[in-house]
Design a protein around this ligand. Structure first.
Ligand code: AHR
Length: 493
């Protein structure tokens, strides 16, 4: 079966930059997100550099990860940075009360995290502790990381790092409406103003302050934060998870039918409405768009994989997740004037992960491959796209079958990202390229015979991008036939 759609890529009306920070990754002390997934210490079975596994770091480097957010999440609001510095054998062993009640050895602390971000080539986004930490503790952490001189800088040097680190992004707590302190919006706004006061960058440097934003559709939160604290911060976050089957998450990551597929992808599409509505509130208080929206937690959240530790949020990743990722990345292009940062949750072994590990084994997920396909979007210019898509529906779930975005990179190459959510029909998209004279088109496709296709440790290349030859160029008309249930990335030169 086949359907048709039409589109116009407005290369003659270039828009905002598709900010590299939209590809931010999130690494929390949760399950095997850090321990096992990134950090293996002295484990001789797993090649590593100063304790961080080379396979995972290498895969993240290939992805061009621009920023990593750490140490949480919920973990951040009870993290005390002093417990993670100095000799490792003297660091206190704590209980990770949020995530499985397991012990947290504090082996990975500030120095180690900074090391792994340098190995990956990423910038750091630290989430501070507002929940049960003081403004003084937060200020001292910032000083410890960034100051060129003084007692804290001396202590940092004694612990192995003389030169101050760069700290471009600092989060004023996480989910202050929930695990960060169960605050009301009005109180959280005042707390944000207070803590923001004490986050001070040394002369000649800048730290962007990111306020803890709304959960899903809590527009009151955005209203109050922007009204009361908008002038004290650089960004406001938004958290939105795709949770088929509702909350608490229980749906299987891989054992699902077409209805669950449709529900999940309809859930992914909701990000468009959420950003539109939160942005409209931000526009009221910040028409210049100085404060950006950081969608710094998004992605699928299913029930944990059978047999895995409760509280570790370990889930497999399938073609469905690839579609979820592509829909989000396309929607972010539409809102690129306001959305300057996003972070999928989470980088390794947790929720909609890029990478899964098991001891020495590693596998790249379908989501990883989508991020790799979209890598040319990093700091490219968004080209608005007008799209008329057929609907895809199943039971009560209805959505546009096609999701699309386009950018022009710094070398002048235009990239068009497309996803076809319909698992039963190919769709031919007839696209007008307004203001673009391209002479050739090439591309990649990610698809599989079944909706729940996945990569495993035994079959790591089951679902990987393949060369795509379903696009033809004739003058300024591009005709693309998207296979059913696929993600396609085209390059027009
Ligand atoms: O990503 C898992 C958790 O989800 C984070 O710790 C928290 O911020 C959110 O509720």
């Amino acid at each position: 079966a086949r359907d048709t759609a039409t589109a116009t890529v407005r290369a003659d009306q270039p828009g905002a930059t598709y900010d590299k920070r939209i590809f931010t990754q999130f690494a929390e002390h949760l399950g095997n997100g850090i321990y096992g997934g990134l950090w293996v210490g002295n484990d001789k079975r797993i090649p590593n550099t100063r304790g961080f596994r080379n396979d995972v770091v290498g895969a993240l480097k290939d992805l061009g990860v621009p920023v990593i957010r750490w140490p949480g999440g919920c973990f951040a609001d009870e993290y005390h940075w002093r417990e993670g510095i100095g000799p490792k054998n003297k660091r206190p062993v704590k209980i990770n009360t949020h995530w499985g009640g397991v012990t947290e050895p504090n082996t990975v602390g500030t120095h180690e995290f900074m090391d792994v971000t340098e190995q990956v080539g990423a910038e750091v986004y630290i989430s501070g502790n507002v929940g049960n930490g003081t403004p003084q503790e937060m200020a001292e952490w910032v000083e410890y990381m960034t100051s060129p001189a003084g007692t804290l800088a001396d202590e940092r040097a004694k612990n192995g790092r003389k030169t101050p680190w760069k700290l471009p992004y600092f989060g004023i707590g996480n989910e202050l409406w929930g695990c960060g302190g169960n605050m009301k919006a009005e109180y959280a706004a005042d707390v944000t103003r207070r803590y923001a006061t004490f986050i001070k960058a040394p002369a000649g440097t800048r730290i962007q302050k990111i306020a803890s934003g709304a959960n899903v559709d809590d527009y009151h939160w955005t209203e109050v934060m922007m009204r009361e604290a908008g002038d004290k911060v650089d960004a406001l976050s938004l958290h939105y998870y795709t949770t088929p089957g509702g909350w608490p998450p229980k749906a299987s990551a891989i054992d699902f039918d077409e209805t669950a597929w449709a529900e999940t992808l309809a859930g992914a599409w909701k990000i468009d409405e959420l950003i539109s509505k939160h942005s409209a509130i931000m526009d009221k208080y910040d028409p210049q768009k100085r404060v950006y929206l950081a969608v710094d937690e998004w992605g699928t959240w299913y029930g944990q994989d059978p047999g895995t530790h409760p509280g570790f949020l370990r889930q497999q990743n399938s073609l469905r997740d690839a579609l979820v990722a592509a829909i989000h990345l396309n929607v972010f292009a539409k809102h690129a004037d306001r959305v300057k940062m996003s972070a999928i949750a989470q980088m390794v072994n947790v929720l909609q992960a890029m990478i899964l590990t098991d001891g020495p084994k590693m596998v790249l997920t379908p989501t990883y491959h989508v991020f790799k396909m979209y890598k040319p979007y990093i700091d490219a210019t968004v080209l608005p796209i007008e799209l008329k898509s057929p609907w895809y529906n199943n039971e009560q779930w209805t959505m546009p079958a096609v999701s699309a975005s386009a950018v022009r990179d710094k070398a002048g190459v235009v990239h068009v990202g497309l996803a076809n959510a319909d698992p039963n029909k190919a769709i031919t998209v007839t696209t007008t390229l307004a203001g673009l004279n391209a002479s050739g088109v090439s591309g990649q496709v990610l698809t599989a015979p079944t909706i729940n296709a996945l990569n495993t440790f035994d079959q790591p290349n089951n679902l990987v991008p393949a060369a795509f030859n379903g696009a033809q160029l004739s003058g300024n008309t591009l005709t693309v036939t998207l296979p059913a249930k696929s993600v396609v990335m085209l390059d027009l030169r």
